[in-house]
Write a protein that binds this ligand. Structure first.
Ligand code: GFB
Length: 317
């Protein structure tokens, strides 16, 4: 079995980015341009990642050196809470198919992406990697969390049983170009960008913010995540999954106020208590990543300004 010597330069590697049309996958593809590697992608119409046979056929035919598993069914608190089957079933299928096919094709290096929601609802803050499976999950996203925990365990199982040099990274809440701005299924940051933009256009005096506005969230730009992932691919080999956060934390109310400034429109914030708050706080401890030597996080306001440009150019009417 081929193993990787670390640090590994990635030069001339054939790297399959599963989920290249998603926000994270697209960011990874952008970042890999600087690495002199060959990026492999598979459009959804040609490869359905929930189809086991199709994934195995594709992997055995293409035999990449590296797989970055950025494909997932993702969504904000409302979508997670409303479509538990989609978030559990689709993510289990995608992970199991891609990870097992990578094993069959003897892929030397694989990076699986989890999520900060894998941790218990009331985990001590900032949340260290060791908090996994120490308490009950946040109910609004336990389906997604269980699927992501299964993915981490699958990667660990292949390491343990077959000596695969595969790793898992846990990103915090993400935002950036390519985000989903559909109000029913998006995360909070793109949703509020859209709401403030539309309020500005319509001259509306108020913007509705779900929940109480008090939950605390940490936000990381997808291009910063992609940079950290490439760093980990080159340098990290361990059974333990590793947190990728920004350390930039604020309340949902503060986020709304920041977005108001970026969009340039002051509106009254109305809090909709019929919508769930979700987990009260979700700040990751990224100390392990920093100790390895990565800590390059952009200023949140600059990142949000870039995301707003993306929204204006791609989505806004
Ligand atoms: O980003 P979000 O949907 O997901 O919501 P989570 C974060 C917080 O923002 C919650 C509030 O307290 C929401 O109630 N919020 C306020 C809004 N206004 C809005 C709005 O207009 N839209 C949305 N979506 N939220 C997700 C998980 O949890 O985080 C996923 O469901 C995943 O599994 C993701 O892990 C990273 O941070 O609560």
């Amino acid at each position: 079995m081929e193993t990787f010597n670390l640090p590994h330069p990635l030069t001339y590697n054939r790297i399959f980015v599963a989920g290249h049309r998603g926000m994270v996958g697209a960011a990874v593809v952008r970042r890999l341009v600087a690495e002199s590697c060959e990026v492999l992608t598979a459009p959804r119409r040609e490869l359905d990642l929930t189809n086991q046979q199709a994934v195995q056929d594709w992997m055995l035919k293409n035999r990449p050196d590296v797989v970055v598993l950025a494909a997932a069914k993702v969504g904000g608190i409302h979508a997670n809470n409303t479509y538990p089957v989609d978030f559990l079933y689709q993510n289990l299928m995608i992970e199991a198919n891609v990870i097992h096919a990578a094993h069959l094709a003897d892929v030397p290096r694989l990076l699986f992406l989890g999520s900060s929601c894998i941790y218990p609802k009331h985990a001590p803050q900032p949340i260290s990697e060791d908090s996994l499976l120490t308490g009950p999950l946040e109910p609004t996203n336990e389906w997604y969390a269980i699927a992501k925990i299964a993915g981490i365990k699958l990667v660990q199982a292949y390491r343990k049983q077959y000596g695969r040099d595969w790793i898992s990274a846990m990103p915090t809440n993400l935002y950036g170009p390519g985000d989903n701005y559909d109000l029913a299924s998006s995360h909070v940051l793109p949703a509020l960008l859209r709401k403030f933009h539309e309020a500005k256009q319509n001259g509306s005096p108020e913007v509705v913010v779900w929940g109480s506005g008090t939950p605390l969230r940490e936000f990381l730009h997808c291009d910063d995540l992609a940079d950290a992932l490439v760093f980990l691919l080159k340098t990290y080999s361990d059974d333990a999954h590793i947190n990728v956060g920004s350390g930039v934390e604020l309340s949902i109310r503060e986020l709304a106020e920041t977005i108001a400034q970026v969009v340039g429109y002051e509106a009254k914030l109305t809090f909709d208590a019929s919508k769930p708050d979700g987990t009260p706080r979700k700040l990751m401890d990224s100390g392990r990543l920093h100790a390895l030597g990565w800590n390059r996080v952009r200023v949140l306001r600059d990142g949000i300004a870039g995301a707003y440009e993306d929204y204006l150019s791609r989505v806004a009417e």
